[in-house]
Design a protein around this ligand. Structure first.
Ligand SMILES: *Cc1c(COP(=O)(O)O)cnc(C)c1O
Length: 290
């Protein structure tokens, strides 16, 4: 009960990786479950455990109308028998994601844009606590310490499968960072044993550096290409090309940008580097864009 399936660790074959002498693997968090996909599952794990242990009647969280986080929460709620409530940014909209949320049984409240902006104001939660007494609240995007704690399992899962690649160790991690919570989880689990590279899907100055300020053992790389959710033609062509060559599906907001940033930095790794790229999932959100 409340345990996570193993994400397969696979070889990642792309000509530009080979040319740079990088021996790359990909940890497929996108494959752990058809519905509860990607890093959001790991970020929710400790929240679900706490909600269960405290006997909370349900779980409440917030996000946008393509949110991978709300999607994972709603699916997990249905799977494990928690009621779920989503507080959504903006006015009522019908997207593939919101349709899924409702199909999973999540109750949606649309806060408007101003109402959503107030989410970090004191007093924001009061009416929701009154309306849903005893419910467990998960921060936006599944961020925070509990979210990071669940991501330590990502390191465990990869280490348990190194022999599949014929590796006895690895040299570094590479993954997309939004809030940096997943990255923080990896850094904490590594305790300095291997460096973790985060490709920033959001422009610098959005708080990721602050979220990580207590940690060492990681490197950040700009990868947002002009802003979160901005997808240019070069990126889309790169994604198509990588998908065709590697057989791994990507989406433009996180995994596609992270892989493109890796290509740009590939020359900075020494030959023979064994690198684990984390596929953080998010493919459900792609329906909103393509
Ligand atoms: C949310 C998300 C991220 C960012 O995770 P953080 O823990 O916020 O850094 C990366 N990739 C995908 C696919 C996501 O959905």
């Amino acid at each position: 009960m409340l345990s996570l399936p193993q994400a397969p660790l696979q070889r990642l074959s792309l000509p530009w990786l080979t040319r740079s002498g990088i021996d790359a693997a990909i940890l497929r968090l996108d494959l752990i479950d058809p519905l509860v996909s990607g890093n959001k599952w790991f970020k929710l794990l400790e929240h679900l455990r706490l909600a269960r242990a405290s006997g909370a009647p349900g779980i409440i969280s917030l996000g946008g109308n393509h949110s991978n986080h709300l999607h994972a929460l709603a699916a997990a709620g249905q799977r494990f028998g928690f009621a779920t409530v989503g507080l959504l940014r903006g006015e009522l909209q019908d997207t593939p994601t919101t349709r899924d949320l409702e199909a999973f049984g999540m109750h949606l409240h649309w806060l408007g844009y101003g109402g959503y902006r107030a989410r970090n104001q004191p007093g924001f939660w009061e009416p929701w606590h009154a309306r849903y007494p005893g419910w467990h609240c998960v921060p936006e995007g599944g961020g925070g310490e509990l979210g990071a704690k669940g991501c330590a399992l990502i390191v465990e899962q990869a280490r348990a499968q190194l022999s599949v690649l014929g590796w006895d160790d690895y040299d570094a991690w590479w993954l997309a960072a939004g809030t940096g919570t997943t990255l923080a989880g990896l850094v904490m689990a590594e305790k300095g044993a291997h460096p973790v590279h985060g490709a920033l899907a959001v422009p610098t100055g959005y708080g990721v550096e602050e979220n990580l300020s207590a940690l060492t053992g990681y490197h950040l790389h700009e990868a947002s290409r002009g802003g979160f959710a901005k997808a240019d033609a070069e990126l889309l062509a790169f994604i198509e090309d990588c998908e065709r060559t590697s057989g791994v599906p990507l989406e433009p907001l996180y995994t596609g940008k992270a892989l493109m940033a890796l290509k740009e930095k590939a020359g900075t790794f020494s030959k023979g580097t064994r690198l684990i790229f984390v596929h953080t999932g998010g493919l459900q959100g792609r329906r909103g864009f393509v």
